[in-house]
Design a binder for this molecule. Sequence first.
Ligand code: 5AD
Length: 350
Amino acid sequence: MRELIDILREQRHLDSSGYKALLECDDEGVVTYLHEQAREVGDEVFGKGIFVRGLVELTNVCRNDCLYCGIRKSNTAVERYVLTTEQVLQSCQQGYGLGFRTFVLQGGELPRDKAPWLIELVAAIRHYYPDCAITLSLGEWPREVYAALRKAGADRYLLRHESHNAEHYARLHPAEMSLDNRLQCLAWLKELGYQVGTGIMVGSPWQSLNHIVEDIEFIEGFKPEMIGIGPFVPQHDTPLGKCATGSADLTCRLYSIFRLMFPSALIPSTTALNTIAADGRTMGIMAGANVVMPNLSPTAVRANYTLYDGKAISNAEAAEGIAQLNKQLATIGYHINWGRGDFNQRIINS
Ligand code: 5AD
């Protein structure tokens, strides 16, 4: 098994049986070795700096109805909000003052007629923060909208493919959605010059290890700049609310596998991982993740952005917790890197 990991490190590729063996392996020593190798590779590229991205949860309004998601449109228990332009700019201002140089606007899929407002909003952030990266995570839109957002100043786009197996994808999503359209959106984003992130939930209902291998192979071919992986966490008001929570161990193995496949990828240690494991954030980093995304959203709306149960809304996950985050990173020998951290920017010992 260790040779397999050495080959992955050297060749950045395994065949499907190799990936499956790493996901299945129940030898703790081997898993530790996998994490160590990944961490070494990450350190070679990024040193001991961990990038921070300020997350602004723009809206919990969503036209979509994904079966796993707490803000799906048929969940009537959610109090819906859309931040105003002023609120978003205030969040950015607060974040900028703290040192953030990337803002991530994440939210549900707004009605299509909100596109002009989104474009203006991105232009406003670009105007006030010319030195910052703007990342969007706002779901599926027509190509023209992605193009206009890019032109307005957006640099990066996160759109998890969720599952590359069409049948599995269809079980997690309403009939109006399709894997083909999701992949089309990802292709457009790439063509338009975004740095693109994709990924999956680990342990989503009906997901098998073979599905995960399919996801790894899709990501291998797509070559995203960012890879977003977090455990599935049930949300009690959704049809999948009684399903089992995804595994932290498997999530961390995937961070390691992707770090070895893509040494300079941006891989967040996700909030979902930190939700299911008390030390999830540092576990993720020790497995090869190199980004964390503290929450810059106005405190009043945080409780309403509930994709899943138990999401930390306390200061520990918030921007006010920066000193705490630095302390936490220091315990594992890391520190915050305040740079924009564009893909391929080689930052050694920062
Ligand atoms: N558990 C974990 N992650 C979730 N997401 C949505 N719902 C859940 C859930 N119940 C993830 C999806 C989406 C991202 C914004 O949040 O993968 O792409």
